[in-house]
Write a protein that binds this ligand. Sequence first.
Ligand code: ZN
Length: 433
Amino acid sequence: MVIGFICACLPENDGRANAFFQKISFFLKRPATVDRKETSLSNDRVMPTTLIKNIGEFFTGKLASPIAEVDSLLIRNGCIAELNPSGELDSDITINAEGLAVLPGLVDGHVHPVFGEWTPTQDASSWIGNYMHGGSTSMISAGELHTPGLDYNNLTADLVTSLAEVTCSTTGGTRWSGVKLHAGTVLLVPGMTEHHFDRLAKAGSILAKFIFFPLEEARDQAEQYSDWCRVRGIRTKVHTGGVSRSGSSRICGFDTLSWLQPDVAAHVSGGPIPMSDKDLDRVIDETEFALEICSSGNYRSTLRAVLRLKENNRLDRLTLGTDTPGGTGVIPRGMLRNLLFLTGVCELTPGEAIAVATGNTATAHGLTVGTLEIGAPADLLIAGPVLGSAGNTLADAIAHGDLPGISFVLVDGMVIVNTRSEQTPPPATIAHF
Ligand SMILES: [Zn+2]
């Protein structure tokens, strides 16, 4: 689909277009299985050098300094090599951003993959590619709990470990539609030994999830699991709030979180049912770990949480995810909608909201994507306001809560979407080669 889309955008019999296509065709046709690390593609071929010029707005993905004066950038070997490069530049590809904004690709911190691009949850296919057209270039699984036939009441240590291993090397071993998907998140259950965590580390799991685990009944074991994860570089996430669609998840509020100390507390404003207001306030005021807001949540609790984090000057703890596919649905523009809730309703600045949706979420999960700086993977979007939207800039539009239009998506410097996204309206101005 992506190759066809790019081919369709290239004019026929245009020598420059053909030369360009030859340069990128290797990458488009190469086997999708790549180095799972979020750093640049590992291969010994020379990758094209790409210049993006006429950038109108530049978002860094860093909360401390979310915007910068950058009007051009150079991508070499999949990473950002120079900002505002000067002098004669020998680039293979030049993209004219036509004054549009450049921002990091969005990082969806909470997805539920099952089998590649198909999700049995809503019997939908191509969901990863559709999300990519909605701006998400990295995703982190919060567990493959929608695997058909999985009996939540009879999960064994070997079964959950094997499921994570299989998912790591299948759904998680391939760049579906170019997206960096970190799958193989184990659903922790009682009875696991250190050997199970060795297996998870060897498979490449980056996250382990407490959702069905009886935290209060087996506190020592939960703390042991957290330690085993941390020494292996695996982060921990816990389902918070009331029972999920599974009907089998454990409820979790301040009391449990205060001793468990996960790396990320999932959907603290509900997924779908939030913890009590009192618990939410205490979690924000009295703990230090990352707090995730998801599309599956309660809008009222989301507003409460974000305003309180802002008041406490702790937006650095805030991360985003869609918590989909799931009962909430399949939402290709879900991450953009989360970001717009932060700007339009919670009144974060556009730069802050983008940093939460990118750098913050990546960092909380131990990933190095999500920021645009020299040496960082060139995972980025070129986007702008849609015709008829508030203001003439991306910042004005998203400050008003308006969906932006995506023109280009790049992952590791490779153009995955050009001209316009299939999932957003086109921006009023279109970037081009
Ligand atoms: Zn979830």
